[in-house]
Design a protein around this ligand. Sequence first.
Ligand SMILES: Nc1ncnc2c1ncn2[C@@H]1O[C@H](COP(=O)(O)OP(=O)(O)OP(=O)(O)O)[C@@H](O)[C@H]1O
Length: 232
Amino acid sequence: MVENILEFQSVSKSYGSKKALHDVSFSVGAGKIVGLLGTNGSGKSTIMKIAAGLIQPNRGTADVMGNSVGLKTKADVSFMPDQPLTESWMKVRDAVHFYRDFYPDFDEEKAHNMLDFMNLNEKERITSLSKGMNERLHLTLTLSRNAKLYLLDEPIGGVDPVARDKILDAIVEFYNEDSSMLISTHLVRDIERIFDEVIFIREGEIIMQQEVEGLRIKYGKSVDDMFKEVYT
Ligand SMILES: Nc1ncnc2c1ncn2[C@@H]1O[C@H](COP(=O)(O)OP(=O)(O)OP(=O)(O)O)[C@@H](O)[C@H]1O
């Protein structure tokens, strides 16, 4: 069995002359939910896009299940980008069918159950959904694949605090424990309860990877307290 589902080793990435990641190394173990925490522009989305195989690092290696990120690993990875992938003409139902036809590992029954849980109407047009409802839909589509690794980029940025709790419950409930999850966010306090481990990133560099339990015991602090301390 491969121990690390995702592994970055000394990854650097620049956009033109702008450095986004510098010598980034971390891993996501099997069965773990890991928070990727950092302020705006710290490099979270860049990490997600590299892991999803959408962009290439300039230096270093990124592996999923022991394979270098590429065509082969895309089948193991379900990515929820911070911008929706669906088309404006679609109804919720069309989006589900689109994913079902596109991904062989898509579980349609799970999608219907999750849509119910999320209070989403399958007849609704995607263009008429609010930002928060759109996020619920994309989370549903992303989690309804039977993937090894789920990458969620800011999954709760657009939803109100009450709905956030519901969405986190959905992540925990519908998450398959044989797989792993990397979730980027700067809304640390709202989401920290679901993390096994957290990674702090600042200006393109990893400054800490720690088990949440360890953090509480070693420093006597919540992840949110630690986050505020590191970033202010
Ligand atoms: N396509 C691009 N072209 C040029 N610079 C970019 C591009 N994408 C990202 N950057 C820069 O790279 C750095 C990291 O960006 P990234 O989007 O990875 O951060 P982030 O932590 O996801 O931020 P946010 O929380 O605001 O989404 C930022 O300085 C950003 O301006």
